[in-house]
Design a binder for this molecule. Structure first.
Ligand SMILES: Nc1ncnc2c1ncn2[C@@H]1O[C@H](COP(=O)(O)OP(=O)(O)OP(=O)(O)O)[C@@H](O)[C@H]1O
Ligand SMILES: [Mg+2]
Length: 470
């Protein structure tokens, strides 16, 4: 972290707003939306507009361009989604010519936005198409050929489809960039601007993120006209239900500490820097008896989808991920996020941490910090406007358990892990030094878990015998 840390980004240049914004809406009912849609929102537990929805929807429903910054988990998806759907309703897309477009940085986020909007789109008789890399392009081309009013896409795959003439954007009259500051990163910007240059020049554009900074100045200047700006300053807008902890650890103890946190009762999302580190740590956790799975850009898309689904439904308790999981994803009942490797800037910190404490729920963000990372981390947190609680911890200590629920893992490898015996045959543990100290498992009930595991295995064998009729 001490090398290559990007310079802190400044505040974005406030665009010129000529026409004053319409007043906030106190209820969904007073917005210019079909009554059946309001009923559906209520039925799905969305009874009152969150602040960013109350502020932007009157304007976005009236067709205004919007620049919106609101904390993580504050309801930005419906803020742009409802306006986009309501304003598209009643129109029908011709083959290959969608009418509205949402661009997002990751495939998982595209799928999630599609899932969130699908019930409302059905009600309004709108067809959604999700266009992302890593899965069959021909099926996506077919959906576009059949006609889709709304396309939710990652920029790379949409560009491919446009180049193959499977999609044209010149009828798109509403365009949203979610996670707009990331879409303005150098990796995305050329593709994003090339796509924005193809949509209708007189159309509506909306840019949303929890962190808007100087990165977006170019997009704002070139693509927003007389926008309404709703912006909660990120430092003032740090999520109040979120607790921040810096845990100072020593290098030799870092993986033991992370392993014990992973072995807690509840679920946890853990961020590491690289795909390789994610894979290695996941294998280590599986070998230690923790139901973990890895999510990063090197996995196939079906694997990525399957992994996220297993984490959401509780089959997996620990999701070990790179920054691919940092933005936008909503996972119910996730109360702990751990930066095993510190994030590289304050924006990454806010987005990673923002996977917990969403929509008024509470949550804890823990960052493991080595001695040589302390100073950079302190600066990063001050950039984020956050004052964390700082604690020195060692694996096995009560303070670690109190903050994170850490406990010793069972030590019994779980599915997908290489059995300890095979590992021994190959000449010892592959990740020596990363595990908890020997003997710890036994101290915290590992033995009883082990015998429970053996009993379950015996029962499973018996059940299989019965199924086979033997
Ligand atoms: N008005 C509302 N009332 C109740 N729940 C809501 C409301 N609006 C949104 N939610 C819920 O809040 C959660 C977070 O919403 P959303 O994913 O849109 O946040 P976000 O602002 O986009 O966060 P991020 O910056 O992390 O992408 C979702 O589960 C959503 O269903
Ligand atoms: Mg979002």
């Amino acid at each position: 972290m001490s090398q290559g840390r990007p310079a802190p980004q400044g505040e974005f240049a406030l665009p010129v707003t000529v026409t004053p914004a319409l007043p906030e809406a106190a209820t969904f009912g007073e917005l210019d939306m079909p009554a059946a849609l309001v009923d559906m929102l209520t039925g799905l537990g969305v009874t009152e507009p969150f602040p960013i929805q109350a502020a932007t929807l009157p304007n976005s429903l009236a067709g205004r361009d919007v620049l919106g910054r609101g904390r993580t988990g504050s309801g930005k998806t419906l803020a742009f989604g409802l306006a986009l759907l309501v304003r598209t309703a009643g129109q029908r897309a011709e083959a290959r010519k969608p009418l509205a477009l949402v661009l997002v940085p990751t495939r998982e986020l595209a799928q999630q936005v599609a899932d969130v909007l699908t019930p409302y789109a059905r009600l309004l008789k709108l067809r959604l198409a999700t266009v992302v890399g890593g899965i069959s392009i021909s099926r996506q081309a077919a959906a576009l050929r059949d006609g889709a009013e709304v396309v939710i896409a990652t920029p790379g795959r949409l560009t491919d489809l446009v180049e193959r003439k499977a999609c044209r954007l010149d009828r798109v009259s509403i365009t949203v960039l979610d996670e707009a500051d990331q879409m303005a990163d150098m990796g995305f910007l050329p593709q994003v601007t090339a796509l924005l240059d193809q949509v209708r020049p007189d159309g509506q554009r909306m840019l949303f993120s929890a962190t808007l900074d100087r990165n977006i100045d170019l997009l704002v200047r070139q693509y927003l006209h007389d926008p309404v700006v709703h912006s909660v300053d990120p430092s003032a807008g740090a999520v109040t239900t979120m607790e921040h902890h810096v845990l100072q650890v020593h290098g030799a103890d870092k993986h033991a500490t992370a392993t014990e946190i992973a072995a807690r009762e509840g679920r946890v999302l853990m961020f590491l820097d690289t795909k390789h580190a994610v894979d290695q740590f996941t294998r280590h956790l599986l070998g230690s008896g923790v139901r973990a799975a890895a999510l990063h850009g090197g996995k196939s898309q079906p694997q990525r989808t399957h992994t996220l689904a297993r984490f959401k439904d509780g089959q997996v308790t620990v999701l070990v991920a790179t920054n691919v999981a940092a933005r936008g994803l909503h996972i119910d009942d996730l109360d702990l996020v751990v930066n095993v490797d510190p994030p590289s800037d304050h924006k990454d910190y806010l987005h990673r941490g923002g996977r917990t404490a969403r929509a008024g729920e509470s949550g804890v963000v823990v960052t493991l910090v080595l001695p040589n990372q302390r100073r950079d981390m302190a600066r990063l947190l001050s950039d984020a406007g956050i004052r964390p609680q700082v604690t020195q911890v060692r694996s096995g200590e009560a303070a670690l358990s109190r903050i994170t629920g850490a406990q010793a893992p069972s030590g019994v490898p779980v599915g997908g892990a290489e059995p300890a015996a095979d590992r021994a045959k190959r000449g010892g543990a592959p990740f020596r030094g990363m595990g908890t100290r020997p003997g710890r498992a036994g101290r915290s009930g590992g033995e009883s878990r082990r015998s429970a595991e053996a009993r379950l295995t015996a029962e499973a064998r018996k059940a299989a015998r019965i199924r086979r009729g033997s």
